[in-house]
Design a protein around this ligand. Structure first.
Ligand SMILES: Nc1ncnc2c1ncn2[C@@H]1O[C@H](COP(=O)(O)OP(=O)(O)O)[C@@H](O)[C@H]1O
Ligand SMILES: [Mg+2]
Length: 306
């Protein structure tokens, strides 16, 4: 069957992911697209022109859909890069890599005219003097490991003492760059806006817990139902487009001093609503699945050879 299309998939199974995967597979099946599931690149090997997983030559697939944030290894990412040189991937390796890095993302966003927090990047050997100056200018800042997630490693710096305390962390890190953002005065809530293939999918909010200034659920934050306004949707769509992400979850807060929305980061693998969040009323999963299936269908359409 020359028109039969086959894609590979690597989708998280926890938090309702298993059922989401089943839905995607059956919707693709309706369009005569077969899915080979559970392709963990960590277990693949490359030999000559092929990348092989369980006897399947992945480079012969029509597309690979990679959606598993929790289980990424350096080796897996390495093969992601190689595979995407040969077949289309969602997200593309380039945009996946971009969104994994907070500085690179902010740099691209700013150059695309999308508001972010003000930031600075230094080589760590030269950082201390520079950081002292920006601290004076900004009054407060956040140190962010460029590859962090879940709010971990973020350090709020408000005075010389907290700046001093950061120095050993910088020296112990195996990274050379030091990335800091201006601390934004905001109401301790954010918007998470999901975008697929240039379309707005859904939105929810998160609220920081207790005295924490971070809204991450892993830092004690909680999810709530939140309708976005047009400005929030607009900035999310622009951010997703600037990053070249087929699928994005854009984190946005409102800067109370500058009175404008800013993008904090773009997530390349934003989770679907979990079963308990669906019970709360987050109802965007079906729309998201539909848009993903449409996009896979479009990206794998075979050219007619006549
Ligand atoms: N510049 C900032 N000013 C104020 N709060 C911030 C700033 N940057 C991040 N935060 C808070 O910290 C949380 C985590 O930051 P984020 O950049 O999204 O990193 P992570 O990848 O760890 O989620 C945000 O959701 C927000 O609540
Ligand atoms: Mg975040």
């Amino acid at each position: 069957m020359p028109n039969k299309r086959t894609i590979g998939m690597w989708l998280y199974k926890n938090g309702g992911g298993y059922a989401i995967g089943e839905k995607i597979i059956s919707k693709l099946q309706e369009r005569n697209i077969e899915t080979i599931d559970d392709i963990d690149l960590h277990k693949a090997i490359a030999q000559n022109k092929n990348i092989v997983h369980n006897g399947v030559k992945l480079n012969k697939l029509d597309l690979f859909f990679s959606y598993n944030a929790g289980e990424q290894t350096v080796y897996q990412t390495y093969l992601y890069q190689a595979l995407n040189r040969i077949i289309p991937m969602i997200n593309s390796y380039d945009s996946f890599q971009l969104t994994e890095d907070k500085f690179q993302t902010s740099f691209v966003l700013r150059n695309a005219g999308v508001n972010t927090s003000d930031y600075k990047l230094f080589h760590r050997d030269d950082a201390y003097q520079g950081l002292k100056k920006v601290l004076k200018k900004w009054g407060g800042m956040v140190y962010k490991p460029t590859n962090g997630w879940g709010g971990s490693g973020l350090t709020k710096i408000e005075d010389k003492e907290s700046l001093q305390a950061l120095v050993p962390t910088l020296n112990q890190s195996n990274r050379r760059e030091v990335f800091v953002e201006r601390f934004i005065t905001y109401d301790k809530t954010d918007f998470r806006v999901d975008v697929v293939d240039g379309h707005f999918v859904g939105c929810y909010g998160r609220k920081a817990g207790g005295n924490d200034w971070r809204t991450n659920v892993t830092s004690g934050g909680s999810v709530f139902i939140r309708e976005p306004n047009d400005d929030v949707i607009d900035i999310a769509l622009k951010a997703a487009a600037a990053c070249g992400t087929d699928i994005a979850g854009v984190d946005i807060i409102f800067d109370q001093e500058k009175e404008r929305y800013v993008v904090l980061e773009v997530n390349g693998i934003p989770a679907f609503a979990t079963p308990s969040q669906e019970k709360m009323g987050l109802d965007f999963n079906d729309k998201k699945i539909e848009l993903i299936v449409d996009m896979i269908d479009r990206k794998t359409k075979k050219q007619k050879s006549n």
